[in-house]
Write a protein that binds this ligand. Structure first.
Ligand SMILES: C[S@@+](CC[C@H](N)C(=O)[O-])C[C@H]1O[C@@H](n2cnc3c(N)ncnc32)[C@H](O)[C@@H]1O
Length: 247
C-alpha cells in the first residue's frame, strides 16, 4: 500500500484561497483543508465531516485546560499549531478511544493534547511510555533543569493518564498484553529504523479494526513506509507525521 502525501504543497492547488491566506500569515484555513482531505482519505469520502470541523474549531475556542508552565519556554514536541498536532487532536476527539498508547513523552506536549481531547470526550485512557528524564537530545532541555517526564500535564488531566517509565522495548509488549486491544497507537520515542520497526510490528496486532497507527518523524527512515507496504494499513504522511488505519 502506498502513502498519500497530505502536505501544504499537495493541497494548495485544490484550495487556492486557503493557500493564499496561509502565505499571508493565517495557517488555519489551509490546515483545515489538509485535515479534512486527510480524514476523507483515511476514513472514506462519505464520512460526515462535521465532527472533524467541530474538533478543529475547539482548538481555537480557549476551552482547553492549560499546560503547566516552567521557567523555560518549551519549543519542542508536538503542538496545536501544526497539522500533525491538530490531526492528533481531531483523531482523539472523533474516534473517542477507550485505550491509546503513546511512546515518547518528554515534556508532555503530545500527552497534554491527547489528554485534553480525552477530557472533552469524558472517556478514555492514555498509556504513555518514556524513559525517566533520559533524553539524549539536548533540545529537550532535561539536562539543564531536570524536570519530571511529562511535567506539562496538569493534575486535572491525570485521572485519564498512566505514565510508565522504562524502556519501550520492555514496557510496550507488557502493556499491550495487558490491554489486549487498543484504539490508537502513537510512536514518538526512539526514531531509529530498528526501534520504529519494533514498535510498529509489536503494536499493530493489538490495534482494533478501524483504529489508528500514528507516528511522528516517519521521514527519518524507511520503517513506516516499509511497514505500510507490507500490511493492509492505508496510510498518509503529513510533513513528518504519519497515520495509518487498520482495515
Ligand atoms: C521526541 S521526544 C517525545 C516528544 C513528545 N511526544 C511530544 O510530542 O512532546 C522522544 C522521547 O522518547 C523517549 N525515548 C527514547 N528512547 C526510548 C525508549 N527506548 N523507550 C522509551 N522512551 C524512549 C525519550 O526519553 C524522549 O523523551
Amino acid at each position: 500500500m502506498s502513502i498519500l502525501e497530505a502536505s501544504r504543497k499537495s493541497v494548495a492547488f485544490k484550495h487556492p484561497f486557503a493557500a493564499l491566506s496561509f502565505y499571508l500569515g493565517n495557517k488555519n484555513a489551509l490546515h483545515e483543508a489538509i485535515i479534512l482531505d486527510a480524514a476523507k482519505y483515511i476514513f472514506g469520502s462519505n464520512i460526515d465531516l462535521r465532527p472533524w470541523k467541530n474538533a478543529l474549531s475547539e482548538i481555537t475556542s480557549h476551552t482547553l485546560i492549560p499546560p503547566n508552565k516552567n521557567t523555560f519556554d518549551v519549543v519542542v514536541g508536538n503542538n496545536l499549531n501544526t497539522t500533525f498536532g491538530k490531526w492528533i487532536w481531531c483523531c482523539v476527539r472523533v474516534l473517542q478511544p477507550d485505550a491509546m498508547i503513546e511512546t515518547g513523552v518528554a515534556h508532555g506536549s503530545s500527552s497534554w493534547i491527547i489528554l485534553n481531547a480525552m477530557h472533552k470526550n469524558g472517556k478514555g485512557k492514555l498509556y504513555s511510555i518514556d524513559l525517566p528524564n533520559h533524553d539524549t537530545n539536548n533540545d529537550y532541555n532535561f539536562t539543564l533543569t531536570q524536570p519530571e517526564t511529562g511535567w506539562m500535564v496538569p493534575d486535572l488531566l491525570k485521572s485519564q493518564w498512566e505514565l510508565h517509565l522504562g524502556y519501550a522495548q520492555e514496557l510496550l509488549p507488557m502493556l499491550l498484553n495487558k490491554l489486549k486491544k487498543i484504539d490508537i497507537f502513537f510512536h514518538d520515542s526512539d526514531h531509529s529504523y530498528e526501534h520504529m520497526k519494533f514498535e510498529f510490528e509489536t503494536s499493530s496486532p493489538f490495534i482494533r479494526k478501524g483504529g489508528l497507527m500514528l507516528s511522528d518523524d516517519v521521514h527519518k527512515n524507511k520503517a513506516f513506509a516499509e511497514y505500510v507496504a507490507n500490511t493492509k494499513f492505508k496510510a498518509l504522511q503529513f510533513n513528518k507525521g504519519g497515520c495509518a488505519i487498520a482495515q
